[in-house]
Design a binder for this molecule. Structure first.
Ligand SMILES: Cc1ncc(COP(=O)(O)O)c(C=O)c1O
Length: 482
């Protein structure tokens, strides 16, 4: 097949898929065994067969989860902004690594432009940053920067025989913090999880006690991570008291805004949720979550530390690859990255930024919050549903009410599973105060109030259906427990 025809055919398939992205059900669900059979993964053709390639593509698309669909309410991302999808397609077709200017000239300049733009927006003066592979890695790099700043000898000598380092996070912080503590040689015992208050925020009095205990025992409290929008509850750790504690204990204050950091685009919401962000030491934000850029797209920013990334990340003999510009400026962004090959993520961000602008992104985030308020009010108005905890920001933690004889966690898990398999909707779960919750996240531009109503009606219909089935099973076999 001629190359041009290949692209024509691909674009036809994609265009057909895209125009049906909100139609029908969000998934054509098959159990893994049946899907494996239909995919015919062991098929051994002669190779070099374009028809076969397109056959796999069609199968992939037929069973792809339609993340743009309003029934898809499961994760912190849904669908993707079209400008960023175009950026992804161009990046894939031109296939290069964003580690050197030579191989990625436009991408390098766009990434530098992004960093300048975002540093200015956040208010980090004389700062620096990089696009990373997501907030998990950004959290790890921030922790590493803090570790190497408190004890620069660690880079050469490792952690052996040095004062013990302790990091502190909200007990509900994302699991990437645990992984970072593992990777960086701290170990889980040196990641102290601070219990939360009734709003799911780090309890600052308890943090203060733990800091004092660590110092009294000769340890070094080097890192505190505030979460701006916890994964399950959407709580924002309060920055002013953490900044006050930083004055006394001199730790590095990182803000994990993977999810809730998106409020920075709206002056109003930033004032409400992250008023003191400009005083933090580092901040991470995922564009691929609430802001809708295609996965993955992240930025990690440092305050007042123009050279920190190179100091921390650069290691080994890079002479074969990286060069500085004649003005001494870093030319090749790979020198301050933990990876060698780097995907081009700046193009899709740039296209989104120019297409929507700060005002467009602010309007989107503000509108999501209004929809969350609406969703919470709907839960409170419907007898069958209940909020497990009140809404803190963007996360709706609710469940279907069950009669006393039925354990709510088991029932709501079953309800979620039934909704998934029948293609009605996909909603997330989480645990709050030991209780299973259905975690509704509205981060889909195709969701408005009618789609929220449809979703809750589907939850209620599914719950009623399950209750009726249980009741008829019990009538058929009266000795069974409800
Ligand atoms: C609060 C928080 N931090 C970090 C992450 C990790 O982000 P990523 O998926 O970009 O690695 C998540 C993901 O859900 C999160 O909720």
């Amino acid at each position: 097949m001629e190359q041009e025809k290949i692209f024509e055919r691909l674009l036809q398939l994609l265009s057909r898929h895209y125009s049906h992205r909100t139609a029908g059900t969000f998934v054509d669900y098959l159990d893994p065994g049946e899907l494996r059979r239909q995919l015919d993964l062991d098929h051994a053709g002669p190779g070099g067969d374009w028809e076969q390639v397109f056959d796999w593509v069609e199968k992939y698309l037929a069973h792809a989860v339609k993340t743009d669909h309003p029934g898809y309410l499961n994760r912190m991302w849904a669908g993707a902004n079209l400008p960023s999808v175009i950026g992804e397609m161009v990046a894939a077709a031109t296939n290069t690594s964003a580690c050197t200017f030579e191989t990625a000239p436009v991408s390098t300049l766009m990434e530098k432009y992004l960093l300048r733009t975002m540093l200015e927006l956040v208010g980090f003066a004389n700062g620096s940053g990089q696009m990373t592979t997501g907030s998990s890695n950004a959290n790890m790099i921030a922790m590493m920067a803090a570790r190497n700043s408190v004890d620069p000898a660690v880079k050469q000598s490792g952690l052996f025989g040095r004062p013990e380092l302790f990091a502190f996070v909200n007990a509900d912080a994302h699991y990437s913090m645990d992984r970072a503590a593992n990777i960086l040689g701290l170990g889980a015992d040196h990641l102290i999880k601070i219990p939360v208050d009734e709003h799911g925020r780090m309890d600052v009095a308890q943090l203060e006690q733990r800091l004092a205990t660590v110092v009294a025992a000769g340890g070094s409290p080097f890192f505190v991570a505030a979460t701006a929008g916890t994964t399950v509850r959407g709580s924002y750790d309060p920055l002013p008291p953490l900044l006050a504690l930083r004055e006394r204990y001199n730790f590095w204050l990182h803000v994990d805004g993977a999810w809730g950091g998106a409020v920075i685009f709206s002056d109003r919401l930033r004032g409400q949720y992250l008023p003191d962000l400009a005083q933090a030491d580092s901040f991470t934000l995922d564009f691929h979550k609430m802001l809708g850029t295609a996965l993955m797209c992240n930025v990690l920013l440092f305050n007042q530390r123009p050279d920190i990334l190179r100091q921390v990340c650069s290691a080994g003999d890079e002479s074969y690859i990286f060069r500085d510009g004649e003005d001494g400026e870093i030319r090749d962004l790979g020198t301050q990255s933990l990876q060698c090959g780097r995907r081009v993520d700046s193009l899709k961000w740039f296209l989104d930024w120019k297409f929507y602008g700060q005002a467009g992104l602010a309007a989107r985030v503000e509108h999501y919050l209004e929809l969350c308020e609406y969703a919470e009010s709907q839960v409170n108005q419907r007898d069958e549903l209940e909020m497990v905890v009140p809404r803190e920001s963007f996360n709706i933690c609710f469940r279907f009410r069950t009669p006393p004889s039925i354990p709510p966690a088991e029932f709501n898990r079953e309800l979620r599973e039934r909704m998934h398999r029948t293609g009605r909707s996909l909603v997330g779960t989480g645990v709050v105060n030991g209780e299973l919750v259905l975690r509704l996240l509205i981060t889909n531009v195709n969701v408005e109030t009618p789609e929220i109503d449809t979703f809750f009606q589907a939850v209620i219909d599914t719950g009623r259906e399950l209750l009726a089935e249980r009741s008829s099973r019990n009538q058929a076999s009266p000795t069974r427990q409800a």
